[in-house]
Design a protein around this ligand. Structure first.
Ligand code: ATP
Ligand code: MG
Ligand code: MG
Length: 350
C-alpha cells in the first residue's frame, strides 16, 4: 500500500495515522521529538530536525504523498520535500495562515469580515493603531501563537507599553476586540477533484485561551449556518485547497467574523469521531490520497471536552461514563498540555 508522510508527531498526527491505517495506508511521521504521540501508532518515525536535509530527503523518498499536522514548518524543509513529493494542503495555505497579518489581509481580500487590525512594528505604530481601532484591543504576535500564547489584552491606552513588551520584540498585529455572543468553527474539506464537504459548525468555549469544549449543534440561525459553510467553502476554493481546514468564527448579531484559519485537522473537529460516519481525520486522509471525500453528515449531537493537564486525574471517572475517551499517550501531564479528549454523545442529531 501507499505510504502517507506526516510532518509533526503530536496528537493530530497520531489520529491521522490511525485514520490512514484504517484505509489501508502506511504512515511515516517526521518529528524531532522521540517519544511523541504519533510515533506510537505510525509505521515509521523519522526522528530528525527540520534543518537535516538528508533526513528530509529520505523521509520524502519513503512516502508517496506528504501532509502535516501543524502550520509552522520551516520553508526550507518544505522546499526540500516539495521537490520530491506532492504536499497537501498546498503551501499557499501554510504561508497564508502562518502570519496573522497575511491571513487577515487574505480574508479581507475575499470580502470576508475580520476584526479591525493593524500592523505593529513599534510603540509609535501601536499608539496610532490604538487611536484608530480603539480599546479594548488585543495585541498578538504575527507568527507562532497558539492556545492564546503570544497575546496581550489592551483595556486602555495606558496598557500599550506592557503589551508591547510582552511581544518580546516579535512583529505583532493589533486587533480590535470583537464583542461576540459566542464562537463557532467550521471544519471544511476539499478533495483533489475540487469537491467541498463541510462538517456541521461546532460551538466552542475557551478557558484561559485554550479550547475547552466544542458542542454540536451550535446555536446558529439557518442563515448563519449556511453563511458559515459558504465562508469556509470560499476560503477552500481561493486557496485551491486539498485536505481539511479549520475556520474559527466569532458570532455577533450583525455578522460572522472570521478569527483565524488552520490548514489542518483541528481540535474543534474532534467531535466528528463520534458524531459522523466519516470523521475529520479520515476526510483529510481521503483528500490527501486523492480519494473522493466521504459522507461527513452528522448523525448525533455531541459535546467534546478537552482533557488538559490535571484533567487526567478524572480519567478513571470518565472511563465509567457512556462516553468515548480518546487519549494521546503523552507520558507526562503538564499544565496546559492537551492529554486527550472525551466525546459525549448527547442524543440523535437535532
Ligand atoms: P488557537 O489555539 O485557536 O490557534 P490562538 O493562540 O491562535 O488560538 P486566537 O484564536 O487568535 O489565538 O485567540 C484565542 C481566543 O481569544 C479566541 O478564540 C477568542 O476567544 C479570543 N480572541 C482572540 N481574538 C479576539 C478578538 N479580536 N476579539 C475578541 N476575542 C478574541
Ligand atoms: Mg491559532
Ligand atoms: Mg484560535
Amino acid at each position: 500500500g501507499a505510504t502517507i508522510g506526516i510532518l509533526g508527531g503530536g496528537q493530530l498526527g497520531r489520529m491521522l495515522s490511525v485514520a490512514a491505517a484504517r484505509l489501508g495506508f502506511k504512515t511515516c511521521i517526521f518529528e524531532p521529538a522521540g517519544d511523541c504521540p504519533a510515533s506510537h501508532v505510525a509505521n515509521f518515525h523519522m526522528q530528525a530536525d527540520y534543518d537535516d536535509t538528508d533526513a528530509l530527503t529520505r523521509f520524502a523518498q519513503s512516502c508517496d504523498v506528504i501532509t502535516f499536522e501543524f502550520e509552522n514548518i520551516p520553508t526550507a524543509a518544505l522546499d526540500t520535500i516539495e521537490a520530491l513529493r506532492p504536499i497537501h494542503p498546498p503551501r499557499a495555505a501554510l504561508a497564508t495562515s502562518q502570519d496573522r497579518l497575511t491571513e487577515k489581509a487574505f480574508l479581507q481580500g475575499l470580502g470576508l469580515t475580520t476584526a479591525p487590525f493593524a500592523d505593529i512594528t513599534d510603540a509609535a505604530s501601536l499608539d496610532a493603531a490604538i487611536a484608530t481601532i480603539g480599546t479594548p484591543a488585543i495585541l498578538k504576535t504575527r507568527r507562532m501563537g497558539y492556545d492564546g500564547k503570544g497575546q496581550a489584552r489592551i483595556m486602555t491606552p495606558a496598557d500599550a507599553a506592557t503589551a508591547l513588551a510582552d511581544m518580546n520584540g516579535q512583529p505583532a498585529i493589533l486587533e480590535g476586540f470583537v464583542d461576540f455572543t459566542h464562537e463557532v468553527s467550521v471544519i471544511a474539506a476539499r478533495g483533489q477533484d475540487g469537491a467541498v464537504a463541510c462538517f456541521d459548525p461546532g460551538q466552542n468555549v475557551h478557558h484561559s485561551g485554550i479550547l475547552h469544549t466544542t458542542t454540536v449543534p451550535a446555536t446558529l440561525t439557518p442563515t448563519q449556518r449556511t453563511d458559515a459553510i459558504l465562508i469556509a467553502a470560499r476560503i477552500l476554493n481561493a486557496l485551491d485547497y486539498v485536505g481539511v481546514l479549520g475556520v474559527e468564527l466569532f458570532v455577533t448579531p450583525k455578522a460572522l467574523i472570521v478569527n483565524e484559519i488552520a490548514p489542518r485537522v483541528h481540535n474543534s473537529g474532534h467531535w466528528t469521531q463520534n458524531g459522523c460516519a466519516i470523521d475529520q481525520f479520515e476526510q483529510h486522509i481521503r483528500a490527501v490520497a486523492g480519494w473522493p471525500l466521504g459522507d461527513g453528515s452528522r448523525h448525533s449531537n455531541v459535546t467534546m471536552e478537552n482533557l488538559i493537564g490535571d484533567d487526567v486525574d478524572r480519567i478513571p471517572l470518565i472511563a465509567k461514563e457512556p462516553a468515548s475517551l480518546h487519549l494521546y499517550g503523552k507520558p507526562q501531564a503538564r499544565p496546559g498540555r492537551k492529554m486527550g479528549h472525551v466525546n459525549r454523545v448527547t442524543g440523535p442529531a437535532t
